[in-house]
Design a protein around this ligand. Structure first.
Ligand code: HEM
Ligand SMILES: N[C@@H](CC(=O)c1ccccc1NC=O)C(=O)O
Length: 273
Protein backbone atom coordinates (compact mmCIF):
# COMPACT_ATOMS: atom_id res chain seq x y z
CA UNK A 1 0.00 0.00 0.00
CA UNK A 2 1.20 3.50 -0.83
CA UNK A 3 2.35 5.57 2.13
CA UNK A 4 -0.16 8.08 3.43
CA UNK A 5 1.76 10.70 5.46
CA UNK A 6 -1.53 11.61 7.17
CA UNK A 7 -1.28 8.30 9.07
CA UNK A 8 2.12 9.45 10.31
CA UNK A 9 0.57 12.63 11.66
CA UNK A 10 1.33 15.02 8.78
CA UNK A 11 -0.89 18.09 8.68
CA UNK A 12 -2.76 18.00 5.37
CA UNK A 13 -5.01 21.05 5.46
CA UNK A 14 -3.59 24.55 5.33
CA UNK A 15 -6.81 26.43 5.11
CA UNK A 16 -6.11 28.02 8.50
CA UNK A 17 -2.35 27.67 8.87
CA UNK A 18 0.75 29.01 7.18
CA UNK A 19 1.98 26.59 4.53
CA UNK A 20 5.35 26.09 2.86
CA UNK A 21 4.35 28.25 -0.09
CA UNK A 22 2.95 30.97 2.17
CA UNK A 23 6.12 31.20 4.23
CA UNK A 24 8.36 31.35 1.15
CA UNK A 25 6.09 33.71 -0.85
CA UNK A 26 6.19 31.22 -3.70
CA UNK A 27 3.35 32.86 -5.64
CA UNK A 28 5.23 36.11 -6.31
CA UNK A 29 8.60 34.32 -6.60
CA UNK A 30 7.49 31.72 -9.14
CA UNK A 31 5.16 34.16 -10.85
CA UNK A 32 8.14 36.42 -11.50
CA UNK A 33 9.73 34.19 -14.15
CA UNK A 34 8.12 35.71 -17.23
CA UNK A 35 9.76 34.98 -20.59
CA UNK A 36 9.14 37.63 -23.25
CA UNK A 37 9.60 35.25 -26.16
CA UNK A 38 8.60 31.72 -27.06
CA UNK A 39 12.26 30.62 -27.14
CA UNK A 40 12.72 27.48 -25.04
CA UNK A 41 15.96 28.68 -23.37
CA UNK A 42 14.66 32.01 -22.14
CA UNK A 43 13.29 30.33 -19.01
CA UNK A 44 16.77 29.00 -18.21
CA UNK A 45 18.23 32.48 -18.74
CA UNK A 46 15.69 34.10 -16.44
CA UNK A 47 15.94 31.51 -13.67
CA UNK A 48 19.73 31.66 -13.82
CA UNK A 49 19.69 35.41 -13.21
CA UNK A 50 16.93 35.39 -10.64
CA UNK A 51 18.64 32.71 -8.57
CA UNK A 52 21.93 34.63 -8.88
CA UNK A 53 20.20 37.74 -7.55
CA UNK A 54 18.81 35.77 -4.60
CA UNK A 55 22.27 34.44 -3.75
CA UNK A 56 23.66 37.96 -4.11
CA UNK A 57 21.01 39.14 -1.70
CA UNK A 58 22.26 36.65 0.87
CA UNK A 59 25.88 37.59 0.16
CA UNK A 60 25.04 41.25 0.88
CA UNK A 61 23.25 40.29 4.08
CA UNK A 62 26.33 38.39 5.23
CA UNK A 63 28.87 40.99 4.10
CA UNK A 64 27.00 43.80 5.82
CA UNK A 65 26.76 41.84 9.07
CA UNK A 66 30.43 40.83 8.76
CA UNK A 67 31.40 44.47 8.46
CA UNK A 68 29.37 45.40 11.54
CA UNK A 69 30.97 42.61 13.58
CA UNK A 70 34.44 43.53 12.34
CA UNK A 71 33.84 47.15 13.26
CA UNK A 72 33.38 46.09 16.88
CA UNK A 73 36.32 43.67 16.64
CA UNK A 74 34.16 40.56 17.05
CA UNK A 75 36.15 38.20 14.81
CA UNK A 76 34.57 34.71 15.15
CA UNK A 77 31.23 35.62 13.50
CA UNK A 78 33.16 37.51 10.80
CA UNK A 79 35.03 34.33 9.89
CA UNK A 80 31.84 32.34 9.76
CA UNK A 81 30.07 34.88 7.55
CA UNK A 82 33.01 35.35 5.17
CA UNK A 83 33.28 31.58 4.77
CA UNK A 84 29.60 31.53 3.86
CA UNK A 85 30.06 34.30 1.29
CA UNK A 86 32.90 32.34 -0.35
CA UNK A 87 30.57 29.31 -0.50
CA UNK A 88 27.86 31.46 -2.08
CA UNK A 89 30.32 32.43 -4.80
CA UNK A 90 31.21 28.78 -5.22
CA UNK A 91 27.51 28.12 -5.73
CA UNK A 92 27.32 30.93 -8.31
CA UNK A 93 30.41 29.54 -10.01
CA UNK A 94 28.90 26.07 -10.30
CA UNK A 95 25.70 27.55 -11.73
CA UNK A 96 27.56 28.51 -14.94
CA UNK A 97 27.56 24.81 -15.85
CA UNK A 98 23.80 24.97 -16.25
CA UNK A 99 23.84 28.18 -18.31
CA UNK A 100 26.61 26.80 -20.55
CA UNK A 101 24.12 24.26 -21.93
CA UNK A 102 22.67 27.22 -23.87
CA UNK A 103 24.30 27.50 -27.32
CA UNK A 104 24.72 30.68 -29.40
CA UNK A 105 21.85 29.46 -31.60
CA UNK A 106 19.58 29.08 -28.55
CA UNK A 107 20.48 32.54 -27.20
CA UNK A 108 20.07 34.31 -30.54
CA UNK A 109 16.43 33.26 -30.53
CA UNK A 110 15.60 35.70 -27.73
CA UNK A 111 18.60 38.05 -27.30
CA UNK A 112 16.82 40.89 -29.12
CA UNK A 113 13.96 40.70 -26.64
CA UNK A 114 16.37 41.75 -23.89
CA UNK A 115 16.59 45.24 -25.39
CA UNK A 116 19.35 47.22 -23.72
CA UNK A 117 19.03 45.47 -20.39
CA UNK A 118 22.18 43.82 -19.08
CA UNK A 119 23.77 42.39 -15.94
CA UNK A 120 25.79 45.60 -15.98
CA UNK A 121 22.67 47.15 -14.43
CA UNK A 122 22.53 44.71 -11.49
CA UNK A 123 22.41 46.99 -8.45
CA UNK A 124 23.11 44.09 -6.10
CA UNK A 125 26.27 43.15 -7.99
CA UNK A 126 27.37 46.78 -7.74
CA UNK A 127 26.56 46.85 -4.02
CA UNK A 128 28.73 43.75 -3.50
CA UNK A 129 31.61 45.47 -5.29
CA UNK A 130 31.07 48.63 -3.25
CA UNK A 131 30.93 46.85 0.09
CA UNK A 132 34.13 44.99 -0.76
CA UNK A 133 35.86 48.26 -1.71
CA UNK A 134 35.71 48.46 -5.53
CA UNK A 135 33.91 51.79 -5.51
CA UNK A 136 33.69 52.99 -9.09
CA UNK A 137 31.00 55.67 -8.89
CA UNK A 138 30.73 55.85 -12.72
CA UNK A 139 28.71 52.62 -12.44
CA UNK A 140 25.93 54.41 -10.52
CA UNK A 141 24.43 56.40 -13.39
CA UNK A 142 22.44 53.49 -14.77
CA UNK A 143 20.44 53.57 -11.52
CA UNK A 144 19.55 57.27 -11.64
CA UNK A 145 16.02 56.49 -12.83
CA UNK A 146 15.47 54.36 -9.71
CA UNK A 147 15.78 56.74 -6.80
CA UNK A 148 15.47 53.94 -4.21
CA UNK A 149 18.30 51.86 -5.71
CA UNK A 150 20.46 54.90 -6.34
CA UNK A 151 20.02 55.87 -2.69
CA UNK A 152 21.07 52.39 -1.53
CA UNK A 153 24.29 52.67 -3.53
CA UNK A 154 24.94 56.22 -2.31
CA UNK A 155 24.28 55.14 1.26
CA UNK A 156 26.80 52.29 0.89
CA UNK A 157 29.44 54.85 -0.08
CA UNK A 158 28.96 56.69 3.21
CA UNK A 159 30.38 53.71 5.10
CA UNK A 160 33.91 52.33 5.09
CA UNK A 161 34.20 49.18 2.98
CA UNK A 162 34.69 45.79 4.59
CA UNK A 163 38.34 45.96 3.55
CA UNK A 164 38.75 49.46 5.04
CA UNK A 165 37.44 48.08 8.33
CA UNK A 166 39.84 45.11 8.10
CA UNK A 167 42.74 47.52 7.54
CA UNK A 168 41.61 49.60 10.53
CA UNK A 169 41.73 46.47 12.74
CA UNK A 170 45.17 45.66 11.29
CA UNK A 171 46.51 49.11 12.13
CA UNK A 172 45.12 48.87 15.66
CA UNK A 173 46.58 45.43 16.34
CA UNK A 174 50.04 46.40 15.11
CA UNK A 175 49.92 49.89 16.62
CA UNK A 176 50.53 51.45 13.21
CA UNK A 177 48.88 54.43 11.59
CA UNK A 178 47.55 53.08 8.28
CA UNK A 179 46.02 55.11 5.42
CA UNK A 180 42.23 54.84 5.32
CA UNK A 181 41.48 56.08 1.77
CA UNK A 182 38.41 57.83 0.36
CA UNK A 183 34.93 56.32 0.66
CA UNK A 184 33.93 57.00 -2.93
CA UNK A 185 36.88 55.77 -4.99
CA UNK A 186 38.17 52.24 -5.66
CA UNK A 187 40.78 51.12 -3.15
CA UNK A 188 44.34 51.66 -4.40
CA UNK A 189 47.26 49.57 -3.13
CA UNK A 190 49.21 51.30 -0.34
CA UNK A 191 52.78 50.20 0.52
CA UNK A 192 52.15 50.88 4.24
CA UNK A 193 49.19 48.47 4.24
CA UNK A 194 51.18 45.83 2.37
CA UNK A 195 54.01 46.13 4.91
CA UNK A 196 51.55 45.71 7.76
CA UNK A 197 50.11 42.53 6.21
CA UNK A 198 53.70 41.37 5.65
CA UNK A 199 54.32 41.64 9.40
CA UNK A 200 51.27 39.43 10.00
CA UNK A 201 52.33 36.83 7.43
CA UNK A 202 55.94 36.69 8.65
CA UNK A 203 54.85 35.67 12.12
CA UNK A 204 51.31 34.25 11.97
CA UNK A 205 51.45 33.06 15.59
CA UNK A 206 51.85 36.64 16.83
CA UNK A 207 48.69 37.90 15.04
CA UNK A 208 46.73 34.73 14.38
CA UNK A 209 43.34 36.45 14.17
CA UNK A 210 44.47 38.94 11.55
CA UNK A 211 46.26 36.17 9.69
CA UNK A 212 43.00 34.23 9.57
CA UNK A 213 41.09 37.34 8.49
CA UNK A 214 43.59 37.96 5.68
CA UNK A 215 43.20 34.41 4.40
CA UNK A 216 39.39 34.63 4.52
CA UNK A 217 39.55 37.79 2.42
CA UNK A 218 41.94 36.21 -0.08
CA UNK A 219 39.65 33.20 -0.30
CA UNK A 220 36.66 35.43 -0.96
CA UNK A 221 38.47 37.34 -3.70
CA UNK A 222 39.71 34.08 -5.20
CA UNK A 223 36.10 32.87 -5.62
CA UNK A 224 34.99 36.29 -6.88
CA UNK A 225 37.71 36.24 -9.55
CA UNK A 226 36.58 32.81 -10.63
CA UNK A 227 33.05 34.19 -11.04
CA UNK A 228 34.35 36.97 -13.30
CA UNK A 229 36.40 34.48 -15.30
CA UNK A 230 33.49 32.06 -15.72
CA UNK A 231 31.29 34.96 -16.79
CA UNK A 232 33.65 36.25 -19.47
CA UNK A 233 34.31 32.73 -20.77
CA UNK A 234 30.58 31.99 -20.97
CA UNK A 235 30.00 35.33 -22.70
CA UNK A 236 32.69 34.58 -25.31
CA UNK A 237 31.23 31.13 -25.82
CA UNK A 238 27.71 32.45 -26.33
CA UNK A 239 28.08 35.83 -28.11
CA UNK A 240 31.74 35.88 -29.16
CA UNK A 241 33.01 39.43 -29.58
CA UNK A 242 29.65 41.12 -30.18
CA UNK A 243 28.95 44.30 -28.24
CA UNK A 244 26.95 43.87 -25.06
CA UNK A 245 23.27 44.73 -24.85
CA UNK A 246 24.30 47.17 -22.10
CA UNK A 247 26.38 49.00 -24.69
CA UNK A 248 29.91 48.05 -23.65
CA UNK A 249 32.44 46.35 -25.93
CA UNK A 250 31.41 43.04 -24.30
CA UNK A 251 34.25 40.54 -23.85
CA UNK A 252 36.91 43.29 -24.08
CA UNK A 253 35.18 45.20 -21.25
CA UNK A 254 34.78 42.07 -19.12
CA UNK A 255 38.45 41.16 -19.66
CA UNK A 256 39.47 44.57 -18.32
CA UNK A 257 37.32 43.86 -15.27
CA UNK A 258 39.37 40.70 -14.65
CA UNK A 259 42.25 42.98 -13.73
CA UNK A 260 40.39 44.62 -10.86
CA UNK A 261 41.91 43.68 -7.52
CA UNK A 262 39.75 44.04 -4.44
CA UNK A 263 42.42 43.55 -1.79
CA UNK A 264 45.62 44.32 -3.75
CA UNK A 265 47.98 44.43 -0.75
CA UNK A 266 46.97 40.90 0.23
CA UNK A 267 48.04 39.66 -3.21
CA UNK A 268 51.16 41.83 -3.43
CA UNK A 269 52.40 40.75 -0.02
CA UNK A 270 52.82 37.19 -1.26
CA UNK A 271 55.71 38.28 -3.43
CA UNK A 272 57.67 39.64 -0.51
CA UNK A 273 57.48 36.72 1.90
C1 HEM B 1 24.66 34.05 -21.82
C2 HEM B 1 24.81 34.64 -20.68
C3 HEM B 1 25.40 36.00 -20.50
C4 HEM B 1 25.87 36.88 -21.43
C5 HEM B 1 25.94 36.72 -22.93
C6 HEM B 1 26.32 38.03 -20.70
C7 HEM B 1 26.88 39.14 -21.29
C8 HEM B 1 27.35 40.24 -20.62
C9 HEM B 1 28.00 41.37 -21.25
C10 HEM B 1 28.29 41.51 -22.72
C11 HEM B 1 28.29 42.26 -20.27
C12 HEM B 1 28.95 43.63 -20.42
C13 HEM B 1 27.93 44.71 -20.27
C14 HEM B 1 27.11 44.91 -21.51
O1 HEM B 1 27.52 45.69 -22.38
O2 HEM B 1 26.02 44.30 -21.61
C15 HEM B 1 27.83 41.69 -19.02
C16 HEM B 1 27.94 42.29 -17.78
C17 HEM B 1 27.50 41.75 -16.62
N1 HEM B 1 26.81 40.55 -16.48
FE1 HEM B 1 26.47 39.20 -17.91
N2 HEM B 1 26.11 37.86 -19.36
C18 HEM B 1 25.55 36.62 -19.19
C19 HEM B 1 25.17 36.04 -18.01
C20 HEM B 1 25.22 36.66 -16.79
C21 HEM B 1 24.75 36.09 -15.55
C22 HEM B 1 24.17 34.69 -15.36
C23 HEM B 1 24.92 37.02 -14.60
C24 HEM B 1 24.56 36.82 -13.16
C25 HEM B 1 23.90 37.70 -12.49
C26 HEM B 1 25.51 38.18 -15.22
C27 HEM B 1 25.84 39.35 -14.59
C28 HEM B 1 26.54 40.39 -15.16
C29 HEM B 1 27.07 41.49 -14.40
C30 HEM B 1 26.98 41.70 -12.91
C31 HEM B 1 27.68 42.34 -15.33
C32 HEM B 1 28.45 43.63 -14.99
C33 HEM B 1 29.92 43.27 -14.79
C34 HEM B 1 30.79 44.45 -14.47
O3 HEM B 1 30.40 45.60 -14.68
O4 HEM B 1 31.92 44.19 -14.00
N3 HEM B 1 25.67 37.92 -16.55
N4 HEM B 1 27.28 40.46 -19.26
N1 LIG C 1 24.66 41.62 -21.88
C1 LIG C 1 24.08 40.44 -22.50
C2 LIG C 1 22.63 40.34 -22.10
C3 LIG C 1 22.57 39.76 -20.78
O1 LIG C 1 23.36 38.93 -20.50
C4 LIG C 1 21.52 40.09 -19.84
C5 LIG C 1 20.38 40.75 -20.27
C6 LIG C 1 19.36 40.99 -19.37
C7 LIG C 1 19.47 40.57 -18.07
C8 LIG C 1 20.64 39.91 -17.67
C9 LIG C 1 21.68 39.69 -18.56
N2 LIG C 1 22.79 39.05 -18.12
C10 LIG C 1 24.04 39.46 -17.96
O2 LIG C 1 24.59 40.41 -18.41
C11 LIG C 1 24.28 40.44 -24.00
O3 LIG C 1 24.93 41.33 -24.50
O4 LIG C 1 23.82 39.50 -24.65
Amino acid sequence: MAENPEDDGARMSFKDAMSYGDYLSLDPILGASKPLSTAHDEMLFIIQHQTSELWMRLALHELDAARTALTRGDFPPVFKMLTRVARIFEQLNNAWDVLRTMTPSDYTEFREDLGQSSGFQSHQYRLIEYILGNRNTAMMRVHEHRVDLHRMLTQELTQPSLYDVAVARLGEALGRDLPSGALDTPHVAQPAIEDAWAQVYRDPEAQWTLYELAEKLVDLEDYFRRWRFNHVTTVERVIGFKRGTGGTSGVAYLRRMLEVELFPELWNVRGQL
